[in-house]
Design a protein around this ligand. Structure first.
Ligand code: SRM
Ligand code: SF4
Length: 589
């Protein structure tokens, strides 16, 4: 289809709110410190650009309503960490904020960031100021802008990963919002001198539609959120194809020379709206390292000018790429760039590494990848991860990096510390990866209940039970060493990336327990993706009650064991045999 200016009969309400915010300022200036327990709906929309979501306690919502009381409002704050990098001082500041004004837990997200939950609106100012004091930021962690930029966090001194971190940092800087709104509201206009904070450079591809304050985004910012990731073909640990824009490293003679650029990935979908769907990014071009910002800017500006601003359900760049087709999309990017693009190199995603366990960095130091189940850092009985990590950072004062699998890598460790570190973890009841089952190691769940306003079912609180059941079933079948991904979400938005996993469990409908309290819900089971993230899975069964999820899977595991081909993974088997055919098998009683 020939690209035309978008037919936008009526821009969505959010478009008007963004423009009225005068570069993200007005609503925040009026409401951030007004003494009221919560933001108005319009202000809550702008708040997202500042890195925070207004939430309420879903566990108590019904009861409070019945009693005629106000919702139990609190804020979730997302701390932006390009490439998941964090210093010990930064970690300890986040830990302190979690314990003093948050809900006592820290969450590592699927995009290498920290989230704190349960912050009262009255504490938001102090929270954001402290985050900035330790040279982190919440600006653009959410909202219709470039989000946290992902790259492989492994601190391997292999001559490639460090350069990719540099490229990702340059990308973050270039695409940071340029308005002073955030600093004016939260930091009295003071721009903290932080080497990691965005220092936007000159525009690469000036175009007629450029706004003087926000030349890349414009006054209404982007039509929707925008996500970018860097990855290596042999280590797709950032799930690059699930992103709006991706850079897949091209390494020649051991040197990082450039990237294959992919575009149009995104997982959110609304099952009732047939016009929406998950998609993996497709190849656009090859670009030398020196040009990666210019090509990124051209892509983002095409999206800014042609993305759908009337229907937010269909506003992600994946729909533009789908509607136009890649050749027309590419031609438009070339027009913005003012030159033609080079064809992609014949390189594909081939492997993934979760970087857990002990590894040599290549500079005499070690790093340790520690699994964090569903990303939640907390203390619970003998399991004292929150306290243990604080003790670790206080003692060793070394940096860390978060992974896109919700885990943490401790970097720059002296080999002589190894047994002491293991003892410290042991003392706090923290299991290293050797004590994790393969299935739990490769699983993820989104937060869902009780914080997420969009959840229809449980996820983070329910997956551990599914894991217990799966561990028994897989061990019984002798499949306990097989690597496959299980990813669970409390709604179809796809935050734990369920749609390219071997097994995706997606919250479908809410249920009630006998006593009237919310139950764990029903789920759609998807099968046939794979750990390397290069294929979407297919619906296997819909509306499966929570306690029937594993019984539905057991017969499929049994067939996999009996009929698999050499080296075939679970997802590959399901794909080859056909998910529809597998769905005809009766479930375990
Ligand atoms: Fe997400 C909305 C949590 C990664 C797709 N996501 C939300 C909100 C903010 C709910 C809301 O809008 O009110 C959730 C907050 C819950 C809470 O209580 O904390 C939320 N998303 C998360 C996190 C924390 C899940 C996790 O397990 O870590 C991840 C935060 C990443 C970060 O640090 O920035 C998270 N979200 C993702 C991903 C995965 C990724 O990016 O790799 C996706 C799928 C990829 C994509 O974007 O398509 C994702 N989140 C969504 C969507 C669907 C967007 C769409 O195009 O339809 C929503 C809903 C929306 O935007 O309207 C959403
Ligand atoms: Fe919330 Fe749904 Fe995202 Fe889970 S997938 S965090 S329930 S929006």
């Amino acid at each position: 289809m020939e690209p035309k200016p978008p037919a936008t009969p009526k821009p969505s309400k959010v478009e008007a709110i963004k423009i009225a915010s005068e570069y993200l300022k007005v609503h925040m200036a009026n409401e951030a410190f007004n003494g009221v327990s919560h933001f108005t709906e319009d202000a809550a929309t702008v708040l997202k650009f500042h890195g925070s979501y207004q939430q309420d306690d879903r566990d108590h919502r019904t009861l409070l309503k019945r009693e005629g009381k106000e919702k139990a409002y609190s804020m979730m704050v997302r701390v932006r960490m390009p490439g998941g990098k964090c210093t010990p001082e930064q970690y300890l500041a986040i830990d302190e904020l979690a314990r003093t004004i948050g809900n006592g837990t820290i969450r590592i997200t699927t995009r290498q960031e920290f989230q704190l939950h349960g912050i009262l609106k009255s504490d938001l100012g102090a929270m954001i100021r402290r985050v900035n004091e330790v040279l982190l930021s919440t600006l653009a962690a959410c909202g219709d802008v470039e989000r946290n930029v992902l790259t492989c966090p492994a601190p391997l001194r292999d001559g490639v990963r460090d350069l990719m971190q540099d490229d990702a940092d340059a990308f973050v800087s270039h695409f940071a919002p340029r308005s002073s709104g955030y600093y004016d509201v939260w930091l009295d206009g003071e721009k903290i001198d932080n080497p990691l904070l965005p220092k936007p450079g000159p525009i690469k591809v000036p175009s007629a539609g450029d706004d003087p304050v926000e030349p890349i985004y414009g006054k209404a910012y982007l039509p929707r959120k925008f996500k970018t990731a860097f990855a290596l073909p042999e280590d797709n640990c950032t799930d690059v194809l699930a992103n709006d824009l991706g850079y897949l490293a091209i390494v020649e003679g051991g040197k990082l020379v450039g990237y294959n650029v992919v575009v149009g990935g995104g997982l959110g979908t609304t099952p009732s709206a047939g016009k929406t769907f998950p998609a993996l990014a497709q190849e656009l071009c090859y670009v030398d390292r020196a040009d990666l910002l210019a090509v990124g800017e051209a892509v983002i500006k095409v999206y800014r000018d042609f993305g759908n601003r009337s229907d937010r359900k269909r506003a992600r760049i994946k729909y533009l790429v789908f509607d136009w087709g890649m050749p027309a999309f590419r031609a438009k990017v070339e027009e913005y760039l003012g030159r033609s693009l080079a064809d992609p190199k014949p390189v594909k995603v081939t492997e993934v590494d979760d970087h857990l366990g002990w590894h040599e960095q290549g500079d005499g130091k070690l790093f340790l990848g520690l699994p964090v189940e569903n990303g939640r850092i907390k203390d619970e009985g003998d399991f004292r991860l929150l306290t243990g990590l604080r003790a670790f950072f206080e003692k060793y004062q070394t940096p860390a990096r978060m992974t896109c699998q919700q885990s943490i890598l401790f970097a720059d460790l002296d080999p002589a510390w190894k047994s002491d570190i293991e003892a410290l973890l042991e003392e706090h009841g923290i299991a290293r990866v050797e004590r994790y089952s393969t299935v739990r190691r490769w699983s993820m769940a989104c937060p869902a209940m009780p914080t997420c306003g969009l959840a229809v079912t449980e996820a983070e609180r329910a997956l551990p039970t599914i894991m217990d059941q799966l561990e028994i079933a897989l061990t019984t079948l002798g499949l306990e060493s097989d690597r496959f991904t299980v990813r669970m979400t409390g709604c179809p938005n796809g935050c734990a990336r369920p749609y390219n996993a071997d097994i995706g469990l997606v919250g479908r409908s809410a249920t009630r327990n006998e006593d009237g309290t919310p139950g764990p819900g029903t789920y759609t089971i998807f099968l046939g993706g794979r750990a390397i993230g290069d294929r979407l899975n297919v619906e296997f069964k819909d509306y499966v009650p929570f306690d029937k999820v594993v019984p539905e899977l057991v017969p499929v595991f049994a067939r996999f064991k009996a009929e698999r081909r050499d080296g075939e993974t679970f997802g590959e088997f399901c794909h080859r045999v056909g998910v529809e055919a597998l769905a005809e098998e009766p479930a375990e009683a």
